[in-house]
Design a protein around this ligand. Structure first.
Ligand code: NAI
Length: 249
C-alpha cells in the first residue's frame, strides 16, 4: 500500500523532467495519476499502465483558462474527485538581460508560468472545496527566492508563484486544502539541458556555486512533492520548500 493509495492526482508538465518524475512517483505510491502536458504524454502514461500503475494522459495548454476548466471538469466527472495536484508546467525565456526580453516573450512566460498556475489552482480548489479538502503543490524555483541572470520574466513569475501559494494557503486552510510550493535548484531536465546547450558556461558556474557539487535529479524533487501531498505533511501549509543542494544559502 503506497502513501497515495486510492487518491486521484493531476500533474502538469508531466511529459518530461520534474513533472514526469513526479507523476511516476505518485503512480508508484498508488495514486490514479493524470499526466497533463501541452505535448500529450501518451507514451509516458502508457508505460506506467504497462507496469501495472493507474495513469492517463491529458493534453492541455495550462495558459488556456477554458481548457483548464474542461480538464478539471473531466477529472471530476471521471474519477469523482481530485485529491492532489502539482502545478509544474513551465517555460523559460532565452537567456538575455531584462531590457532585451521582448514583450511577446514576457507575455508568453507570464501566461504559462504564472497564469497557468493561477488557472489550475482556481479549478482544483473549486473541486477540492466540493469534496472537503485536498493538497496542491506549485513548482516555483530556487530563483523564486533569489534570482537568476538573464531570466527576469521567468524569475518574476517564480516569485509571484510563491506569493500566490502563500495567500491561497491562508484563504483555504480552514477548508482543508493545503497549498505549498517546491523550489527546485538546478535539476538535470530537458529545460536545464537546453539552457546549458545554449550557454555551456552556465553548467560550469552551477557546478562551482552549488555546495552539493552537482545538479539535482528530477526524482529528488518528486520525492519532496510526494511528501508535501501525503498525509505525513498534514500540518505543512503555505510552506516554500527549497530542494537545491544548499545552492540558495
Ligand atoms: P521541462 O522543460 O523539462 O518540462 C516542462 C514540461 O512542461 C514539458 O513537458 C512541457 O511540454 C510542459 N509545458 C510547457 N508549456 C506548457 C503549457 N503551456 N501547458 C502544459 N504543459 C506545458 O522542465 P523542468 O525542468 O522539468 O521544469 C518543470 C518545472 O520546474 C518548471 O516550472 C520549471 O520552471 C521548474 N524549475 C526547473 C528547474 C530546473 O533546473 N530544471 C529549476 C527550478 C524550477
Amino acid at each position: 500500500m503506497g502513501t497515495m493509495n486510492g487518491k486521484v492526482v493531476m500533474v502538469t508538465g508531466a511529459a518530461a523532467g520534474i513533472g514526469l518524475a513526479s507523476a511516476e512517483a505518485f503512480a508508484k505510491a498508488g495514486a490514479t495519476t493524470v499526466l497533463v502536458d501541452i505535448n500529450e504524454p501518451k507514451e509516458q502514461a502508457g508505460k506506467l499502465v504497462s507496469e501495472g500503475y493507474k495513469a492517463v494522459a491529458y493534453r492541455c495548454d495550462v495558459s488556456d483558462t477554458q481548457a483548464v476548466k474542461e480538464m478539471v471538469d473531466w477529472i471530476a466527472a471521471t474519477y469523482r474527485r481530485l485529491d492532489a495536484a502539482l502545478n509544474n508546467a513551465g517555460i523559460q525565456t532565452p537567456q538575455r538581460p531584462m531590457a532585451e526580453i521582448t514583450d511577446e516573450e514576457f507575455d508568453r512566460t507570464v501566461a504559462v508560468d504564472l497564469k497557468g498556475v493561477w488557472n489550475c489552482m482556481r479549478y482544483e480548489i473549486l473541486q477540492m472545496l466540493k469534496q472537503g479538502g485536498g493538497a496542491i503543490v506549485n513548482t516555483s524555483s530556487q530563483g523564486g527566492v533569489t534570482g537568476f541572470p538573464g531570466q527576469a520574466a521567468y524569475i518574476a513569475c517564480k516569485h509571484a508563484v510563491i506569493g500566490l501559494t502563500r495567500t491561497a494557503a491562508i484563504d483555504y486552510a480552514a477548508q482543508g486544502i493545503r497549498i505549498n510550493a517546491v523550489c527546485p535548484g538546478a535539476i538535470r531536465t530537458p529545460m536545464a539541458e537546453e539552457l546549458i546547450r545554449r550557454n555551456p558556461q552556465v553548467e560550469v558556474d552551477l557546478l562551482r556555486d552549488i555546495p552539493a557539487g552537482r545538479l539535482g535529479r528530477p526524482e529528488e524533487i518528486a520525492n519532496a512533492v510526494l511528501w508535501l501531498c501525503s498525509p505525513q505533511a498534514s500540518f505543512v501549509d503555505g510552506h516554500v520548500l527549497l530542494v537545491d543542494g544548499a545552492f540558495s544559502i
